[in-house]
Design a binder for this molecule. Structure first.
Ligand code: NAD
Length: 482
């Protein structure tokens, strides 16, 4: 049994309550860790440490801060195998995926913000020959970062790195479902020389720890990634306190396939977009709209392609689909497959749990599931499932594809497949989403704005956007005597 501790003021400490939650390994369906059941008292201790640390950290030069972040990146990279195994045991994703995606991306997040922060400059505006303005940027102070379970260290580090780079001190809360790699990060930060109290990691339940972070009067900004309902709850508390907020929320992303696409490429990328990480990526394309002239051909090839995605023990290189992160989520995904049947859908592949023999016999695994025959606006096609389930829906015209794709409350990402450049641009401009991929999926350039429209979020992460979010701007106007 591995006991996780909070990381406050550079030290690993037990929660004030001395109570622990059960941490599960989803691949074996059993408890393997203890997670601090922290509350507002632990958050208060973290804020006290961060307040003292801010005096130190905010006075470091940009180069000094960047040097430490680069050392943290190196520290994670040195322990890549260990971090990857911890991520897989906590989350259920295949180990090879943790090695090539999650942990390398956490390393990149530290490297990227360490270096990008060095080139963020202020602005200068000359009004006339006597008057000019310059803009100062200062850190906000203490900020809260709350992250979800699907890409644990990847998203945790994506939030905390721009905050740290700009001189803020952070109170961070990883998901209580996948806290392991965030808890290991404290060791790396200490070894890299991050001053104590600059990063504090508090574990526990959202309505206890998350809401204490949101409500604490000394925490001036909240950067949140998670579900839309939770985002609304955070806004309800933080908005009347006039806190800065960045909200990255749910998605129900369309994948629009025109009959003039590069067929082989489209089939392969659509399968990856649907089922990578068990479909537990906010950017997964879970509604596939196919031009009716291509529908049957695509469906048959897609089913054959998805059949190659073997569900299995996440520790095996041959497993393409791992375990579902938790028992409640496993049940939620299955309930949507049942709903699809009630709504008139036909399951053309998968549709149920998978028994993986051996050590994983009690794990939570679901077959990649493909459903057709549903109305584009039924519940299964409107609500986020966040699992290995996709629907196929035919369309005839570009206008119809757009109407169907835009018919949900979400607007995070979209994928378009066509070899007609004009059509690609037209559809990209009209689609209601913050991110559009044309003939590709999950190609990420960390300099680009990242985020959603409608109920998929408020604000943008990535590039200078995130660095600016974690600063206060002050315009200074000077008039020179003539
Ligand atoms: P969640 O909203 O349940 O939890 C996210 C985090 O918020 C966790 O750390 C949780 O403990 C905390 N939390 C829960 N209730 C809280 C409260 N009342 N106050 C403060 N914090 C609280 O989401 P999840 O189930 O962990 O993650 C899945 C969701 O995240 C999906 O909807 C997915 O689309 C979304 N997501 C979005 C993005 C994006 O970039 N837009 C990326 C990944 C995941």
């Amino acid at each position: 049994m591995q006991r996780i501790l909070n990381f406050i003021n550079g030290e690993y400490v037990a929660p004030v309550s001395n109570q622990y939650l059960k941490g599960f390994n989803p691949a074996i369906g059993a408890v393997y860790s203890e997670v601090p059941d922290s509350d507002e008292r632990d958050v208060a201790l973290a804020v006290k440490a961060a307040t003292a640390a801010f005096e130190v950290w905010s006075n470091y030069t940009q180069e000094q801060r960047s040097d430490i972040l680069l050392k943290i990146a190196q520290g994670i990279e040195n322990r890549l195998e260990e971090f990857a195994l911890a991520e897989t045991n906590d989350q259920g994703k295949p180990l090879w995926l943790s090695k090539v995606m999650d942990i390398p991306r956490a390393v990149s997040n530290f490297k990227f913000y360490a270096t990008t922060a060095l080139s963020l400059s202020g602005e200068f505006h000359k009004t006339d020959s006597q008057i000019f303005n310059y803009t100062l940027r200062s850190p906000i102070g203490i900020v809260g970062c709350i992250s979800p379970w699907n890409l644990p260290l990847y998203l945790f580090s994506w939030k905390i790195t721009p905050a740290l780079a700009m001189g803020n001190c952070v109170i961070a809360k990883p998901s209580e479902i996948t806290p392991m790699t965030a808890s290991m990060l404290g060791e790396v930060c200490n070894a890299a020389g991050l001053p104590k109290g600059v990063l504090n990691i508090i574990h526990g339940l959202g309505p206890k720890v998350g809401s204490s972070i949101t409500a604490h009067q000394d925490i001036k900004a909240i950067s949140f990634t998670g579900g839309t309902k939770t985002g609304a709850e955070i806004s309800r508390i933080a908005a009347p306190m006039f806190k800065k907020m960045s909200l990255e929320l749910g998605g129900k992303n369309p994948n629009i396939i025109f009959d003039d696409c590069d067929f082989e490429k489209t089939v392969k990328i659509s399968a990856a977009a649907a089922f990578t990480n068990q479909g537990e990526i906010c950017l997964c394309g879970s509604r596939i709209f196919i031009q009716d002239t291509l529908y049957e051909r695509f469906k048959n090839a897609f089913v054959e392609e998805v059949k190659k995605r073997k569900v299995g023990d996440p520790l095996l290189d041959t497993s393409r689909v791992g375990a579902i992160v938790s028992k409640p989520h496993f049940e939620k995904v299955l309930s949507y497959i049942a709903l699809a049947k009630e709504e008139g859908g036909s399951i053309i592949l998968g549709g149920g749990p998978v028994e993986v023999p051996g050590r994983c016999k009690d794990g939570w695994f679901i077959e990649p599931t493909i459903i057709e025959g549903l109305a584009y606006d039924c519940r299964v096609n409107r609500e986020e499932i966040f699992g290995p389930v996709v629907t196929l829906v035919p369309f005839s015209t570009e206008a119809e594809a757009l109407k169907m794709a835009n018919s949900t409350q979400y607007g995070l990402a979209c994928t378009i497949f066509t070899e007609n450049l004009s059509k690609a641009h037209r559809v990209a401009a009209k689609i209601e989403s913050g991110i559009v991929w044309i003939n590709c999926w999950l190609e990420r350039d960390l300099r680009t704005p990242f985020g959603g429209v409608k109920q998929s979020g408020v604000g943008r992460e990535g590039g200078f956007e995130a660095l600016k979010f974690f600063t206060e701007e002050k315009n200074v106007c000077i008039k020179i005597d003539s």
